[in-house]
Design a protein around this ligand. Structure first.
Ligand SMILES: Cc1cc2nc3c(=O)[nH]c(=O)nc-3n(C[C@H](O)[C@H](O)[C@H](O)COP(=O)(O)OP(=O)(O)OC[C@H]3O[C@@H](n4cnc5c(N)ncnc54)[C@H](O)[C@@H]3O)c2cc1C
Length: 521
């Protein structure tokens, strides 16, 4: 018989499988000598009380439990109908894998390089301040998700099957722990191998993956998509085009606008990346002087309404690094990542203000319209670049100085590889953002002991939190509202935010493409 029980253990006990088995058997009222299998189904950390606990949902059984079977065999799609997928991020990759399940042959076109070659371009940003506009932290195999933290938490449960995304990641090499952890993450060091394994599965099935293939036009006949044109002059033709180019493909937004293909302005968020010594966050969240070595580096999630808009922490990276995420040489953009062990001495997170269209006051009137938010982002990113000395160095200010409006004479150590330079970040940001961030930080300081401190540094600018544009699609067919066979997909189209939701959107789109092909046949 199998029983499922909930138990709470100290972090050290929870790390010991024997103690977990004993506690679960006791809770289930099952004598120890009959227990033959124990399996953790869910794991979360409860740090509300003075002594943090690990809460576990455990299955205990007195009969052998079946081992999970091998991953499902991959179809051979060499003779399948072609589907063009533009963009090799989570949306594009998961769309391609789902196409293969449907017997369709995905042709992935990616402007950047494969994950290994991409590393050299990341090093060039970090060391030489040179951004390759086709290969950087946002562009290249695996998309923006490759050199990320790999946090897999999503609120988008209604939009698809989170479990199937996590299962696939495990099949391609992620730790099975991601299936049970309340806030699963993979880590930058592990993601490239997983992405490589996905690509190898796609090509082994008969799909194609083309790197250095920037799409510069969408071939449309009447109001039907027929394929795409890449920068090297090649035409790729198919009856379905999945557009999964991410939130940073500004040239794609401009292309659609120029072609008269409807796009819409979308709300987004903008702010800064804030970094504390990890020890400050550990002390506050775990109510201790020194973190219990059996506990992971602590994280936080903060939100505050200020003057009608939300100020919130975003993409918190415990034990992480602030990443330079510009996609062109005249802008500075930050984000964050962490290795699987999260063992760097800093804790960073985006702290951003959710902006609605009416708030974008600094954009001149002639720029209003669908690209208004994009131009607003771009203006702030360019101002950060100028303030940083026209290189990838980021303007920065100590937190308390940011709050009281004072120049920081010097700055604390910071993980951002290209380096930070002292600057009045409070003056660099649009007023509607700076004012709200200041008030938000004051409130956050009341919520987390030690959060408001000059040991923390405010780094500009966190601007690519989500897409400033939506590419509208029919809610049923998921095709573009005007162009049959064109499938806006993932974060860039405005239908996802984060790795898991982008992956699920890729799967949903592939399902609709399969329906369309079955109707066309
Ligand atoms: C540093 C960093 C850390 C992050 N950490 C996390 C995290 O921990 N958890 C999380 O959930 N999310 C995280 N994110 C966000 C996450 O990566 C994105 O939400 C996700 O990757 C979106 O997936 P996507 O496939 O829609 O788009 P993208 O991942 O942006 O992929 C789009 C792809 O399209 C390609 N492309 C663009 N234009 C063209 C063109 N014209 N022709 C051909 N190809 C093109 C790009 O090169 C890119 O590979 C992070 C992002 C960054 C930058």
């Amino acid at each position: 018989m199998e029983q499922v029980v909930d138990i709470a253990l100290s972090p050290r006990e929870a790390s010991d499988p024997v103690l977990v088995r004993d506690a679960a058997a006791e809770e289930a009222g099952m004598p120890l000598d009959v227990v033959v299998a124990t399996r953790i189904l869910k794991r979360s950390i409860d740090a509300r009380s003075k002594q943090p606990l690990v809460r576990l949902r455990v299955s205990v059984s007195d009969v052998e439990q079946a081992e999970p079977g091998p991953p499902p065999a991959i179809n051979d799609v060499r003779s399948g109908e072609p589907v063009i997928i533009v963009g090799c991020g989570p949306a594009g990759l998961f769309s391609a894998l789902r196409c293969i399940q449907h017997g369709l042959r995905p042709i992935l076109l990616e402007r950047g390089k494969d994950v290994r070659a991409r590393r050299r371009d990341l090093a060039a940003i970090n060391k030489f301040h040179v951004v390759d506009p086709d290969s950087n932290y946002c562009f290249g195999e695996g998309g923006a998700g490759t050199y990320s933290d790999g946090k897999l938490y999503t609120r988008s449960h209604k939009r698809g099957d989170v479990g199937s995304v996590l299962d696939l990641l495990v099949d391609f090499g992620a730790s099975p722990d991601i299936r049970v952890d309340a806030h699963p993450h993979i880590g930058t060091n592990k993601l490239p191998a997983i992405i490589t394994a996905m690509r190898e599965a796609i090509t082994a099935a008969g799909g194609e993956v083309h790197f250095n293939s920037r799409v510069i036009d969408i071939l449309v006949e009447g109001s039907i998509a027929r394929g795409v044109l890449t920068a090297d002059g090649s035409e790729h033709r198919a009856d379905s085009v999945v557009l999964a180019t991410g939130h940073s493909a500004r040239d794609i937004f401009e292309l659609l606008l120029a072609k008269g293909i409807t796009i819409e302005r979308k709300d987004f968020a903008l702010g800064v990346r804030i970094e504390h010594p990890q020890a400050i966050i550990d002390r506050a969240m775990y109510h201790c002087d020194v973190r219990d070595p059996y506990l992971p580096p602590a994280s936080y999630s903060l939100v505050q309404q200020v003057n009608g808009l939300g100020v919130y922490s975003f993409c918190m990276c415990p034990g992480g690094i602030i990443a330079p995420c510009a996609t062109s040489n005249d802008e500075v953009v930050t984000n964050g990542w962490s290795p699987s062990k999260r063992n760097n001495p800093f804790a960073n997170s985006g702290v951003v203000v959710g902006l609605s269209g009416s708030m974008l006051s600094s954009v001149p009137d002639e720029m209003h319209g669908a690209l208004r938010g994009m131009h607003y982002q771009q203006d702030v990113e360019r101002a950060a670049w100028r303030a940083g000395g026209e290189r990838q160095s980021a303007p920065a200010q100590r937190m308390e100085d940011f709050i009281i409006g004072k120049h920081s004479a010097d700055l604390p150590e910071c993980s951002y590889p290209p380096g930070i330079v002292p600057y009045r970040v409070d003056q660099l940001l649009p007023e509607e953002v700076a004012v709200r961030l200041r008030e938000g930080l004051k409130e956050f300081g009341k919520k987390i002991r030690g959060y408001r401190t000059n040991e923390a540094v405010v780094v500009a600018v966190e601007s690519r939190t989500s897409s400033p544009v939506r590419i509208p699609r029919d809610p049923r067919s998921l095709e573009h509202v005007q162009i049959a066979g064109l499938y806006p997909c993932g974060e860039g189209a405005g239908y996802a935010g984060g790795i898991v939701s982008a992956a699920m959107d890729g799967q949903r789109v592939a399902d609709r493409v399969a329906v369309r092909y079955s109707e066309l046949r």
